[in-house]
Design a protein around this ligand. Structure first.
Ligand SMILES: Nc1ncnc2c1ncn2[C@@H]1O[C@H](COP(=O)(O)OP(=O)(O)OP(=O)(O)O)[C@@H](O)[C@H]1O
Length: 296
């Protein structure tokens, strides 16, 4: 199986704090890969490193074999007090998205005042190939549609993007609430809307940061099925952070456990559940493992 994402000896320091220390793992194509660990273990920092929100202190991140992030070992561009020129320019978050890595956030980040439909449509527009004037003029002057070739091609594209938005909303069970303002949606639906928006960008790798947070057990089980279906329908690879152990153990092909920024264990759900270090450091006492709900 092809390697989709490789973390190679990745370290991130914030001043004296090592949030992520020498972490290495590889995610294979089509895998649902779980990233777990107690609060503050460094999970979201890893998402922020992959999506170029943060730069690396050490190490390298590869996506389908190509480097997408690499450390600048000399901090602010100086070595031994001499200014150093760097050939390597860190990618921006939007460039990471264009490469095929999209994400949801632990603290939901929607366009709160836009409708559910508009939230997804704006993301779909990223894949449209027309400029501002081309998109505005045919709306203002409908006659242009019939007379100018680019205007009619814009309208076709617009139709396709509307269709894509509708399909995503139906898949995520959000079609019925398409006209609601995003801020008025229940919390669980806002999380699903974030996933729909991330999918609208045509990712190859989808990063989900606590997608089940705030969901009840029934919604969590539905979400688990949905993530599997999304993976299969869109041929995706998924990296997921989650505190719901039932979801992680039932969903993931592989799990990586972080503790204080360091790798603690890696394996299948069965291996992780049986790993004494994980039980002690993260899951608590052995008899607590099968207790439902958040374990941290
Ligand atoms: N921008 C930042 N500046 C300074 N410290 C940070 C920054 N971002 C994260 N940290 C610190 O890095 C450590 C890891 O944080 P991170 O958010 O990655 O943990 P987490 O495993 O995602 O936790 P949780 O499960 O609570 O979301 C924490 O000690 C946190 O305070």
């Amino acid at each position: 199986m092809t390697d989709v994402l490789t973390m190679r000896n990745v370290t991130k320091r914030f001043g004296g704090l090592t949030a992520v220390g020498d972490v290495s793992f590889t995610i294979k194509e089509g895998e649902i890969f779980g990233l777990i660990g107690p609060n503050g273990a460094g999970k979201t920092t890893i998402f922020n490193l992959i999506t170029a929100v943060y730069t690396l202190s050490e190490g390298e991140i590869l996506f389908y074999g190509d480097s997408i992030a690499s450390a600048d070992p000399y901090g602010k561009g100086f070595v031994n007090g001499v200014k150093r020129r760097f050939n390597w320019k860190p990618l921006k978050p939007y460039q990471i998205a264009e490469k095929g890595i999209t994400r949801t956030f632990q603290n939901i980040r929607l366009f709160k005042k836009l409708s559910v439909f508009e939230n997804v449509l704006t993301a779909c527009h990223r894949s449209g190939s027309y400029g501002l004037l081309q998109s505005v003029l045919p709306r203002k002057l409908p006659i242009l549609k019939a007379t100018l070739p680019w205007a009619s091609s814009f309208c076709k594209q617009e139709e396709m993007l509307n269709q894509k938005t509708a399909e995503l909303l139906q898949l995520m069970g959000l079609w019925e609430v398409r006209d609601m303002v995003a801020a008025n949606l229940p919390y669980g639906m806002q999380r699903k809307l974030e996933i729909a928006r991330a999918l609208a960008l045509n990712p190859k790798l989808l990063l989900l940061d606590e997608p089940a947070a705030g969901m009840n057990p029934e919604e969590t089980i539905q979400l688990m099925e949905l993530i599997r279906q999304i993976r299969d329908d869109f041929n995706l690879t998924v990296l997921i952070i989650e505190h719901h152990m039932d979801l992680i153990m039932g969903l993931c092909d592989k799990i990586f456990v972080l503790n204080f920024g360091k790798a603690l264990a890696e394996g299948t759900p069965d291996e992780i559940q049986d790993d004494k270090r994980v039980i002690e450091a993260y899951l608590g006492k052995e008899e607590d493992i099968h207790v439902e709900g958040k374990q941290s």
